[in-house]
Design a protein around this ligand. Structure first.
Ligand code: DHK
Length: 158
């Protein structure tokens, strides 16, 4: 008779990561605005979900035009998620509530932007989100979204 421990037989639990997208991200790729590249939002989501699967992460990829919804998701991630990736879009430059929610999150945080925000208008040069972020990725379009998933995977495994 062999005794097999629970740990030896159960598949490893995939760490959970939330990927939060802010206002108007759902319009990416639809308006011919090359600042955000040609990937549609569903294409970006599919790319991110494939990358997360390959890295053994369970990804919640979500978008809202509402600041409070983003705050609610960050609070929901507390205690259940190992990491958050966030593109707060236009709320990046205004939202103390999102910053405060992120500061209360105990896991790792990556801030991401499709465009290089420092090459754009000066009102996009100061991010409230960065104070809570372990790292920032900007200007690399959909590739940057995949790099953000790789970055958070490394951070939560150290
Ligand atoms: C996305 C937006 O929607 C803008 O409001 C930000 C960011 C930049 C991005 O590059 O992903 O200014």
């Amino acid at each position: 008779m062999s005794i097999t421990s629970e740990a030896a037989t159960s598949p490893p639990v995939a760490p959970t990561v939330w990927f939060l997208n802010g206002p108007n991200a759902n319009l990416y790729g639809l308006d011919g605005n090359n600042v955000y590249g040609s990937d549609s939002f569903p294409t970006l989501q599919a790319r991110c979900e494939a990358k997360a699967r390959a890295l053994g992460l369970s990804l919640h990829f979500v978008q809202s035009n509402w600041e409070g919804q983003l705050v609610d998701w960050i609070q929901e991630a507390r205690g259940t998620a190992a990491g958050i990736i966030i593109n707060a879009a236009g709320l990046t430059y205004t939202s103390v509530p999102i910053l405060d929610a992120l500061l209360s999150f105990p896991g790792r945080i990556i801030e991401v932007h499709m465009s290089n925000i420092w090459r754009r208008e000066s009102f996009r040069h100061h991010s409230y989100i960065s104070k809570a972020a372990d790292g920032v990725i900007a200007g690399l379009g959909g590739d940057g979204y995949e790099f953000a998933i790789e970055a958070v995977a490394r951070l939560i495994r150290v």
